[in-house]
Every structure is written in structure tokens, then in C-alpha cells.
Design a protein around this ligand. Structure first.
Ligand code: FAD
Length: 439
């Protein structure tokens, strides 16, 4: 039994996304009895495997970077070896025939300096503007006195249009899933500080070679089972009640508990309904209900097996496609490509078929003589992440109710909504177990 939480400690985690599974793994490692309740039969939440056309795909392509230290640590801890499950590439931004930025294997900060100076497709004045920008934000320790939008920051630093269009804005949309004219410059600078401007390995791209379930949550579930934890899949918790010093969870058929402490690790849009009968959380509920969301669209196109992209991941600057991935180069079937479009835009007005046709035409611009796809599958996650705008108030791990903690990618953090943010929030919530007790 863990120190400081007494004899009867039983912890419930609601939600088996990356945040909830990270919390559960941390608790199980400390020998704290934990039960995870998950509405779906599939683990992973917004980063989960889906079956379609006889293939296991993901609900959306997920990119990690070397700076995801806690996700990588927990993967190792549960036995999911990052070296085998992730393709590690030095930071490369490739727009075939237009621009290529590739970080050489040199120590920081030389890798970024050489990457920017060696970028093909930028002229010297654009390269120096990029270096000037990096040096200016570095001099201020990546801190802004007042947060503003990314576009305002780029304008203040007189960044040329092409640099914005090929480098800063695509990176902003990829990292914050928020258009640059609405995105928080401070959160973007935090991401730059810990990736591009940190040790060279921190900026490496890590591309999953397996589906997002196998990457962490499924292996974490086996780890939990081996360490005395349990997962109840297909169990939607409808409300939480406080009974004396404990919490009881209510699903349609059952009461679950009592639990001495509860970590609520659901997506922000599921939180308000779940806690509506807890008046102590009224202010929290209202603040979470005011968050706005951004979509991510992923379009899979299955081509004959000879179709390949020049790299596992390439950028696309003209049209609606933002990034293209070659799943054949990432452990998937040869010929299977995925197009990713982050954040809101005109593409949301198209039907799935029209969108797939448009994306096929854009890929044909990159790969001449492209045959027609055998099948296509569009997956639209309308609330993929919260909209990461300047000065956003995000809730803390510890709530006004003792023993009821929050985890999730929207909980207060220096980062936007990412797998790493979710994992760190889960670790923080688990670390608070035992410190907080029920009144
Ligand atoms: C298409 C897409 C692409 C993305 N790309 C990237 C990327 O490239 N890199 C990156 O780092 N991040 C990316 N993200 C963001 C990342 O997926 C999320 O930040 C992260 O998965 C959020 O994890 P979470 O555990 O906080 O929440 P969730 O994954 O939403 O987990 C919450 C879980 O709670 C469950 N739940 C909800 N209500 C209840 C209830 N009442 N009872 C029981 N269970 C409940 C849900 O079923 C879910 O499993 C992407 C997201 C999407 C959607």
C-alpha cells in the first residue's frame, strides 16, 4: 500500500485516453489499486485504432517529437519499446520540388543553424530572417511580455511571406491545431523552445510504425493487469456522487465504488455533463464549457502497392492538403497514403467524396502518373483539440473538491493539446493522489 493514502485507498480513473492510461500506469507502479472506466471498447480516446477496409488504421495520423520525454518514458516502462514502434527521423520539412529543410546530426544549436542555412528553396534574405527570429525569441528566453497571435508575432518580427507559408505557419497549425491568426504565440514559443531550440534529439520526428492502440494504451493495459489494476471497457460513467468521504460512480446499470479518490480524464467536452451534480465544480464546469475546438481531417487513399511518396512525411503548401504520409513506409500496407488537414477551413464544406477527389488531384500534382485510388476513407474529428488561443485559462489538476482530480490535454500546461500534454497531465494527477484527501 502506498504511503500516505491509508488502508482503504481505491482510485478510479474515468477515461482510457493517453492521459487516463498514463495516470493509471503511474498509480499501478506505486501499488495503488486503480480501476479505469472507459466508455468505448477501444482504448486510446482521440488517439485510437480504427478498422476499415480490412486494415487497422488510426483515427488520425499522430506525429510525436523527441521532446515527448514523458510519453517515451512511460512507453518504455510498460514494455512498448519506442525504438521499435517509432520511426525516428532528424527534423525534416520536405515540400517536394519546392523546399527542403533537414537538420543534420550535429549538436544543438548547430543542427538548427545549419538546417536553416542549408534549406533549399529559401533565398538568403529569408534564411537570415528565420535566424534573426530564432535569435530574438531566444534572447527573451522564449517569453512574451503579453501573449498575442502567431500572425501578430511574425509581423512584429517582419518575417517574409514565403518563410511564414512554408515554415512558421505550417508548424504552428501542426503543433497547436489552430490557425496562425488565432493561435497563442506564447504556447508556440514554448513548443519551439523545447523542440527546435533544445537538444538535437528533441526536434527529431517520431512517426508511429504501429497503430495508436499498440503504441501505448494496449500495452499499458497489460501492464495494469500485471500490477493489480483493472479496466472496465464499454462503461460510460454518467455521474459522480460524493458519499461521505468517498466518491461513487454511476453508469446506466451499476454503482461503482466507493473510491477514495477519482481522476477524471475525459475529453473537455465530456466533462460538464459528468460533473453537473457537483455544485462545488460549477465554476470549473462553466470555464471548461467555454473552450472552443478545432477539427482535424484525415483522408486515407489506398493506391496500388507501387505508389510511394519520396519520404514518409511530406508537406503540401498549395491547396487543402497540409501533410501527406506514406503508411507503406511506416509499417502499413504499401500504397496506402494519408492526407492530414488540421484546424478549421473551407475543406469542411466538402462532402467526403469531393474531399477525397480533391486530395487525390493534389497528390497527382506531386506524383505524376498516379493511378486512381482503390478506396478512400475520410475521418473527421470535429473536436480534435481545444482551440489554443492567446491567454487561454485552462483548469488546474486539483479541483475545489478534495480527492477529485483532472487529467487531459486541456488541463493547465505550457503546451497545446498533444499526446505529451495528456500524458504529463495524467502523471501530475497520479502524483497528487495521496496528497489530497476527501473531507
Ligand atoms: C485526428 C487527430 C490528430 C492528432 N494529431 C496529433 C499529433 O500529431 N500529435 C500529438 O501529440 N497529438 C495529436 N492529437 C491530439 C491528441 O490525440 C490528444 O491531445 C490526446 O489524445 C488527448 O488525450 P486525453 O487522454 O486527454 O483525452 P481523450 O483521448 O479524449 O480521452 C478521453 C477518454 O475518456 C473516455 N470517456 C469520455 N467520457 C467518458 C465517460 N463519461 N465515462 C467513461 N469514459 C469516458 C473517452 O471515450 C476517451 O477514451 C491529435 C488528435 C486528433 C483527434
Amino acid at each position: 500500500m502506498a504511503e500516505g493514502i491509508g488502508e482503504v485507498a481505491q482510485v478510479a480513473v474515468i477515461g482510457a485516453g493517453y492521459a487516463g492510461m498514463a495516470a493509471a500506469v503511474e498509480l499501478a507502479t506505486r501499488n495503488i489499486p486503480v480501476t479505469v472506466f472507459e466508455a468505448s471498447r477501444v482504448l486510446g480516446g482521440r488517439a485510437r485504432a480504427v478498422e476499415t477496409h480490412g486494415v487497422t488504421l488510426d483515427n488520425g495520423i499522430h506525429i510525436m517529437v523527441g521532446a515527448y520525454h514523458e510519453t517515451l518514458r512511460l512507453m518504455r516502462q510498460v514494455g512498448a519499446d519506442p525504438a521499435r514502434l517509432l520511426l525516428r527521423l532528424p527534423l525534416t520539412l520536405a515540400y517536394p520540388g519546392e523546399l527542403l529543410l533537414a537538420a543534420p546530426r550535429l549538436p544543438a544549436p548547430l543542427h538548427m543553424l545549419c538546417a536553416l542555412l542549408g534549406t533549399s528553396g529559401l533565398n538568403w534574405s529569408e534564411k537570415f530572417a528565420a535566424i534573426r527570429f530564432m535569435r530574438a525569441i531566444q534572447r527573451n528566453n522564449f517569453r512574451l511580455s503579453t501573449d498575442c497571435t502567431m500572425v501578430a508575432l511574425l509581423e512584429a518580427h517582419r518575417q517574409p511571406q514565403r518563410l511564414r507559408a512554408y515554415l512558421w505557419e505550417p508548424l504552428c497549425v501542426a503543433a497547436l491545431n489552430t490557425p496562425a491568426d488565432a493561435a497563442s504565440a506564447q504556447i508556440y514559443l514554448n513548443v519551439l523552445r523545447d523542440s527546435l531550440a533544445a537538444a538535437r534529439q528533441a526536434s527529431d520526428l517520431l512517426l508511429p510504425r504501429v497503430d495508436l492502440g499498440a503504441l501505448f494504451p494496449d500495452t499499458a493495459a497489460s501492464y495494469l493487469a500485471a500490477h493489480g489494476g483493472a479496466i472496465q471497457r464499454g462503461t460510460t460513467i454518467e455521474r459522480i456522487s460524493k458519499e461521505g468521504k468517498t466518491y461513487v460512480l454511476h453508469s446506466k446499470q451499476n454503482r461503482h465504488g466507493p473510491f477514495s479518490q477519482v481522476i477524471v480524464a475525459v475529453a473537455p467536452y465530456h466533462l460538464p455533463a459528468l460533473v453537473k451534480n457537483l455544485p462545488e465544480l460549477n465554476a470549473l464546469r462553466e470555464s471548461v464549457a467555454s473552450l472552443r475546438f478545432e477539427p482535424i481531417v484525415t483522408c486515407y487513399l489506398s493506391y496500388p502497392s507501387q505508389v510511394r511518396l519520396p519520404q514518409a512525411m511530406v508537406g503540401h503548401a498549395h491547396g487543402i492538403t497540409q501533410w501527406l504520409f506514406d503508411r507503406g513506409r511506416l509499417g502499413g500496407p504499401s500504397g496506402l497514403l494519408a492526407a492530414v488537414i488540421s484546424a478549421r477551413g473551407r475543406h469542411l464544406e466538402l462532402s467526403n467524396q469531393a474531399l477525397a477527389e480533391r486530395i487525390h488531384a493534389e497528390i497527382a500534382g506531386v506524383l505524376p502518373n498516379l493511378p486512381m485510388p482503390l478506396w478512400t476513407q475520410v475521418i473527421t474529428e470535429r473536436r480534435a483539440t481545444f482551440s489554443c488561443t492567446p491567454n487561454l485559462q485552462r483548469p488546474e489538476t486539483i479541483t475545489p473538491l478534495p480527492g477529485l482530480l483532472l487529467a487531459g490535454d486541456y488541463v493547465a500546461a505550457e503546451y497545446p493539446a498533444t499526446l505529451e500534454t495528456a500524458v504529463r497531465s495524467g502523471i501530475r494527477a497520479a502524483a497528487s493522489i495521496g496528497q489530497a484527501t476527501v473531507d
